[in-house]
Design a binder for this molecule. Structure first.
Ligand SMILES: Cc1ncc(COP(=O)(O)O)c(C=O)c1O
Ligand SMILES: [Zn+2]
Length: 420
C-alpha cells in the first residue's frame, strides 16, 4: 500500500522537511507535523473499504505515515465505545459514551497506538535501538512492542513512578533507567542521549510520526457513532498531543468524504490541579503556558510540567469553543470509583481525572446536559491500584460456614464462632 504522507511541516512557520527522524524546525524550533496528499487519500478510501478490514487502528492505514505494512503492533486499537447510560444518569446527562482505551492491546493504554506507528517507522529508518522518556504508560508500550519487534529498548522514567508501571516495563526485558528528577528533566536527558547515540526515541526524534497514531482514537469514535462526530469530547492532557490529534482525525474524515457534515465538535482538556500548565493557560487566557516546575499529583501519567504541545492544545480548545479544567487528587479517586461502580470500567488516575473534569464542566454548564458527550479513558486502573486502595471498602473475611455468611448478610451481631 502506498504511503500518502508527503513530508514534515513546521507548525509555526510552515517550512517543509523531508520524511526523516527530526522533530523540530531549524528556523524557529517549532514542532514538525506530518503532511499528507489528502486528494489521493480521498480517491482511495471509502467506508466500505475500511470496515471490510480487521477491526483495529490499522484499518485507517491510508491516514498513517508508514510505507508498506506496519512492522509493529498490527493488533493495536479497535477498543470499545461504550454507551454509558448508568454513568449518564449519575451525571445528569442524556447522551454519554466512554471510549475505552484502558483495554488497548498489548499494554492497556492509548500509548500502544502511538508506539505502533513510531516503532514501525523506527524499523523503516533502520534503528536497532529505540527508547522514550515516559510518565509510565509509554514506557510499558515501548518495552512490549520493542520486544515483539526484536528491538533493543532504553526507557527513561522519573524514579518515583508507580511500581506497577516500572515492573510492567522491566518485565519485557527493556533497559529501564530511573532518573531522580521530573519528567521534563528526563525528557531533556533523552534528547541528549538520542543525539549522542543515534537511537530512535519515539517521543523525541520520531515524535512527528508517533503523534499521528493518536488520530486513530478519533477515527474509531466517529466510525462507532455511525460515521459522524460527537458534539463534545473530553480528553486527558499531558504533553497536549492526543487532544489535537483526535480533532485532526475528525477533520480528515470530513475532508476525505468519510463523514458528511463539517466538524463542529468542542474539545475539552483535563488535567490534575497538581500539574495543570495547559488548563491554567486556557482558564487565565494566556497565549502560552507557564511551566509547572514541581508537579504534585497522584496522576503521574499526566504530570508533564512543560508540555511540548501546550500552546497548540490550549489554542485548539479555545478555537473549537471548548474549555479546560483541572481537579484535585480526591476528585480523581472519587471518579475512578464512580466509573468502576457505574460502568464496570477500572481506569487509571488519568481516567479519574477526565471523568472528574467532565463532571465539573457539566456542573458549570459549559457542557450542555442534552448534547452528545464522549469521555476518553486512556489507561488501565490495574496500573495505579495504590491510589484507590484506601478508598475502597474493606471486604469481609469469614469462616467457611453458612452461619458466618448469614451473619454478614443480615448484619446480625456475629459471635466469635462465625467471624475469623
Ligand atoms: C493514560 C494517559 N492518558 C493521556 C495522556 C496524555 O497524552 P498527551 O501527552 O498526548 O497529551 C497520557 C500521556 O502520557 C497518558 O499516559
Ligand atoms: Zn519553523
Amino acid at each position: 500500500m502506498p504511503d500518502y504522507s508527503l513530508g514534515l511541516k513546521c507548525k509555526l512557520c510552515g517550512k517543509l522537511y523531508p520524511k526523516s527522524p527530526i522533530n523540530f524546525c531549524t528556523e524557529d524550533f517549532g514542532p514538525l507535523e506530518v503532511t499528507y496528499d489528502y486528494a489521493a487519500i480521498k480517491q482511495n478510501v471509502s467506508r466500505e473499504k475500511i470496515t471490510a478490514r480487521p477491526r483495529g487502528m490499522w484499518r485507517y492505514r491510508e491516514f498513517l505515515p508508514i510505507e508498506g505494512e506496519p512492522a509493529v503492533g498490527p493488533q493495536v486499537g479497535g477498543t470499545p465505545l461504550i454507551k454509558a447510560d448508568r454513568l449518564a444518569k449519575e451525571l445528569g446527562v442524556q447522551k454519554l459514551w466512554i471510549k475505552n482505551d484502558a483495554v488497548n492491546f498489548p499494554t492497556l493504554s492509548f500509548k500502544d497506538r502511538v508506539v505502533s506507528v513510531a516503532l514501525s517507522k523506527a524499523v523503516e529508518f533502520g534503528y536497532k535501538t529505540v527508547g522514550c522518556a515516559s510518565t509510565g504508560n509509554l514506557a510499558n508500550s515501548v518495552a512490549a512492542n520493542a520486544a515483539q519487534a526484536g528491538l533493543e529498548a532504553y526507557i527513561f522514567v522519573p524514579s518515583d513512578l508507580e511500581k506497577a508501571k516500572i515492573l510492567g516495563t522491566s518485565v519485557y526485558g527493556a533497559n529501564v533507567i530511573g532518573v531522580t528528577g521530573t519528567y521534563d528533566e528526563v525528557n531533556r536527558l533523552c534528547t541528549q542521549v538520542a543525539f549522542k547515540y543515534n537511537w530512535g526515541f519515539v517521543n523525541i526524534n520520531l515524535r512527528p510520526f508517533y503523534a499521528e497514531g493518536s488520530k486513530t482514537m478519533g477515527y474509531e469514535i466517529a466510525e462507532d457513532l455511525g460515521w459522524r462526530v460527537p458534539q463534545h469530547v473530553v480528553v486527558p492532557m499531558a504533553g497536549g498531543s492526543l487532544i489535537g490529534k483526535i480533532h485532526k482525525a475528525f477533520n480528515e474524515l470530513y475532508d476525505t468524504g468519510l463523514i458528511d457534515t463539517p466538524v463542529t465538535t468542542k474539545m475539552y482538556g483535563a488535567q490534575a490541579t497538581g500539574c495543570n500548565p495547559i488548563t491554567d493557560c486556557v482558564k487565565s487566557s494566556r497565549d502560552r503556558h507557564k511551566p509547572v516546575r514541581k508537579p504534585n499529583t497522584i496522576c503521574k501519567s499526566l504530570a508533564i510540567g512543560d508540555p511540548a504541545d501546550g500552546i497548540f492544545s490550549a489554542k485548539l480548545i479555545k478555537d473549537t469553543g471548548g474549555w479546560a479544567e483541572d481537579v484535585s487528587d480526591d476528585e480523581i479517586v472519587e471518579c475512578m470509583l464512580l466509573l468502576a461502580r457505574t460502568e464496570g470500567v477500572f481506569a487509571e488516575t488519568a481516567g479519574g481525572t477526565t471523568l472528574a473534569v467532565a463532571r465539573k464542566l457539566i456542573e458549570q454548564g459549559r457542557i450542555p446536559r442534552d448534547e452528545e458527550i464522549v469521555i476518553c479513558v486512556t489507561g488501565n486502573g490495574l496500573k495505579t491500584q495504590d491510589c484507590v486502595a484506601e478508598a475502597v471498602e474493606r471486604h469481609e473475611v469469614i469462616k467457611p460456614s453458612l452461619d458466618a455468611f448469614d451473619a454478614v448478610y443480615t448484619g446480625a451481631p456475629a459471635g466469635e464462632a462465625v467471624l475469623v
